[in-house]
Design a protein around this ligand. Structure first.
Ligand code: SF4
Ligand code: SF4
Length: 226
């Protein structure tokens, strides 16, 4: 999967994104931040050294981001790091509105950050079935806790696919008998049973993660990734 096209959509078409961290009181904290730049494997943004957000980024090194345009949205979760201060000038050149907020030398209270590795989801609700793609990004393609992330889960052997299934995804286990009870419960018709396999399969690229199939399966054969 090509992460760059999702990062480009987030930066160029959405730009204003919600960024979530853990606040100083241990509860969720969220704010809107403009993306400044992107490259093949990361996105860049700014914040001021005096803000809680700056402290949370430097202490936690992790952030969740989401943005929406119409009924198309991208969400990211991943690792952040502060990058060289000089990048501020490039960001201001490419985002001239920033000079209105921070004129002249006042820009130097800002620090640039890079969201450099993590996982993402893209959801397009304008089509039926919906498109729900997942991807990993980052040269240091690592997951939470340092676990390696698969760039393309579809390319993995079967035994590794469950580990690469994005968090919150539904998948069919070997308990499936092919009884077909789950098929009419799916709002997107994205559970398939083929002549080649007696076991149902969820087309994750079209799945809403609603869980209706897991609720109805009489054999508890559908599980949700942690
Ligand atoms: S309802 Fe359960 S056992 Fe029946 S086809 Fe669906 S996943 Fe398989
Ligand atoms: S969670 Fe199950 S029922 Fe819901 S969209 Fe996905 S496959 Fe269909």
């Amino acid at each position: 999967m090509d992460a760059e096209r999702f990062l480009r959509f987030l930066h160029e078409d959405i730009r204003e994104c919600a960024f979530a961290t853990i606040g100083g009181d241990g509860r969720p904290a969220i704010r809107i931040i403009d993306l400044m730049l992107h490259d093949r494997d990361s996105v860049y943004f700014l914040t001021a050294r005096g803000k809680n957000f700056y402290r949370e980024l430097t202490e936690q090194g992790f952030v969740a981001v989401t943005g929406q345009k119409g009924y198309r949205m991208v969400s990211l979760r991943g690792f952040v790091r502060q990058v060289e201060h000089e990048l501020i000038d490039t960001m201001f050149e490419q985002n001239p509105d920033m000079a209105i907020l921070y004129p002249g030398e006042t820009r130097h209270v800002l620090e640039p950050f890079q969201l450099f590795a993590g996982k993402g989801e893209y959801l397009d609700l304008t089509v039926r079935p919906v498109v729900h793609e997942t991807f990993a990004f980052g040269d240091d393609c690592i997951g939470e806790g340092g676990a390696p992330l698969a760039r393309n889960a579809d390319a993995l052997p079967d035994e590794d696919r469950t580990a690469a299934v994005p968090s919150g995804s539904y998948f069919v286990t070997d308990l499936c008998t092919g009884c077909r009870s789950c098929l009419p419960a799916c709002p997107q018709d994205c559970i398939v049973l083929s002549a080649e396999s007696p076991k149902a399969r969820i087309e994750s690229d079209h799945c809403l993660r609603c869980g209706a199939c897991a609720e109805i399966c009489p054999h508890s054969a559908i599980e949700r990734s942690a």
